[in-house]
Design a protein around this ligand. Sequence first.
Ligand code: ASP
Length: 323
Amino acid sequence: METRRRFLKSVGLGSLASMAIPGISNSASPPSQVKFVSTWSHGRVANKVALKAYKDSSDILSAVENGVRVIESEADGRSVGLGGLPDRSGRVTLDASIMRGNGACGAVGALYNIEHPISVARKIMEDSPHVMLVGDGARQYALQNGFPDKELLTDETRRDYENWKAKEKPDLPPVNHENHDTIGLLGIDPQGKMAGACTTSGWAYKIPGRLGDSPIIGSGLFVDDEVGAASATGLGETIIQVSGSHLVVELMRGGKSPKEACREAARRITKKFSKWKSGDVQAAFIAMRNDGEVGAFAIKKGFQYAVQEGEKTDLMDADYLTR
Ligand code: ASP
């Protein structure tokens, strides 16, 4: 850095050393009021809770954490927290990640019988020397830190599971627009501080031990105050293969708008992995730039996202690649 500064000075460009480089948006002004964007129609509820939590705490991380906690507790969502569909052994296992725009992050994978994986992820981020804990270790860590033990299978999901098992050839249901609803929630405050949270029970009837994109920093979630944030939903196996959320943020760093960055990430999945192209596969991204602009894009029709600007909540239909 010192050498670069001296070089710029020597050629009479000293003042340029502190100027923004084109395509890098670290000089953007943040929005005048707090803003959130989240996945699916349940994002409307999550956004409102996030807004209230922000007003109470003035902390954008607490806002996104509290926003997704409400969805983790909703028993009728089939792929988040309580009421999520189990793996093929009948156990509900949860994946979650949380991240601040300064790079601090935490994640938990294949966690079972704990209602709020997002808060376990935050605990790991803030109080452990690690970024990610999985399985039995994650559960022990949660219990030791006061998270209560809770059965996450409901009467309804137990019945669904029994019916699935009784099928002649039980197989993985496709991850299409009907059967997945991971919540990803991104926020920015008027100081330009950003945070994101992502939480899911993953692919219904997965092989025990499977992790999706949601707990993997850079795949299900990525946040960088210098540029913006992104989160993903859909078939995690495809999102991981392109490091989806990190890709979206880096595309924004290169100058693409949030929507264009999401579009390019979706396109890359279908282009690179022809195996997914023909199938009934959905993957979708939401993004927020550090000036508050938001965008989204999906492979298939049916993806919705919720935008919160001040008190106003809008549910939007995302554009998509395949018609
Ligand atoms: N992305 C999640 C996963 O693959 C699934 C979803 O979005 O519903 O685990």
